[in-house]
Write a protein that binds this ligand. Structure first.
Ligand SMILES: [Mn+2]
Length: 318
């Protein structure tokens, strides 16, 4: 499949990613935006995303992102990136439903192919890896490569997760050949944390508890702790990954209070247990090694319910 054929001749194009946008979804949206404005000058393009973290604002033209539906746009083509279903588009699903033609590029196992045309490969590391397959290599500028590289780095946790394939590495190598400052992208967007972010991570680690004979670890950060350390939910990236690398732990659970009383639950697996299946049981979704859902309850109640569910799997796992 070639994305040029899908874009060709479309006057008004909308691009959107999932709610709580991460590096992969932002990188895919901005890489595609830059690709279209460079090569399809007759098209008008809009990118719709909730406000993005400052670390991703280095991506060229990220200031054009529209976070509100101020005007009633009608699109000839609407492209959903890194979204498993229309619900993940949040309010922008209205634009998707209204569009003349739709296209979806995604790597979520739970994606049933909700667009007119779909490019869905659950084995791909990231939506950005799939975008690299869809665009024409000679039209890939350094600017576009920076966006897609950022997405791959974030969804693989710097080529660490098992979703990283030799294909991922080859694509990343091609992006490096475009002259991007890859170590700066990795440091500035992935590893660098503020003092307060490090402190709240410390708090989450101190609070963490082991379950199921040490095969499972869980922790949470509520509003009170976020206030104490002057951080917001979007500043808690990386905590669940640190929990995950606890020795002998197979599954890590991390909760944070998204809005009053509502917790976002992140699950990470180090083994054959598919956490997407567990997340789906609680109304969420994701990938086999990284998944999540939202729940309204006391954090310890939620943890107990998830641990009970995991117990069914842990005993059968090698
Ligand atoms: Mn992704």
């Amino acid at each position: 499949m070639n994305i040029d054929k899908i874009i060709q001749g479309k006057k008004v194009i909308g691009i959107a990613g999932h709610i709580n946008p991460d590096g992969d979804c932002i990188g895919a949206c901005m890489g595609l935006y830059n690709y279209i404005v460079d090569n399809f000058k007759e098209s008008e393009v809009h990118v719709y995303l909730e406000p993005i973290p400052n670390i991703f604002k280095f991506m060229k033209h990220s200031q054009i992102i529209e976070s509100e539906m101020t005007e009633n746009h009608h699109h000839d083509l609407f492209i959903a990136l890194d979204c498993g279903d229309t619900g993940r588009l949040g309010k922008f699903s209205e634009y998707f439903i209204d569009a003349k033609e739709t296209f979806c590029v995604d790597h979520h196992e739970t994606n049933k192919g909700f667009a007119d045309n779909n490019y869905i490969f659950p084995k791909a590391s990231s939506a950005c890896e799939l975008m690299c397959e869809l665009v024409e290599d000679e039209k890939m500028t350094k600017t576009i490569a920076e966006c897609f590289y950022t997405g791959i780095v974030h969804d693989t946790a710097v080529f660490q997760y098992s979703c990283t394939s030799s294909k991922t590495m080859n694509i990343a190598g091609k992006l490096m050949d475009k002259g991007i400052d890859y170590s700066k992208i990795i440091d500035d967007t992935f590893y660098t944390k503020t003092y307060h972010q490090n402190q709240v991570m410390g708090e989450a680690l101190v609070r963490s508890k082991l379950y199921l004979d040490g095969k499972c670890v869980a922790s949470y950060i509520d509003e009170e702790a976020m206030e104490k350390y002057h951080v917001l939910p979007k500043h808690l990236d990386g905590i669940v990954n640190q929990l995950r690398v606890t020795k002998d732990v197979k599954i890590a659970i991390f909760l944070y209070e998204l809005t009053k009383g509502e917790f976002k639950v992140s699950l990470r697996s180090n083994c054959d247990i598919n956490v997407a299946k567990i997340a789906v049981k609680f109304g969420g979704g994701g990938h086999d090694k990284a998944a999540g859902f939202s729940a309204f309850d006391e954090p310890n109640e939620i943890i107990n319910r998830v641990v009970c569910e995991i117990a069914n799997y842990v005993n059968n796992d090698k």
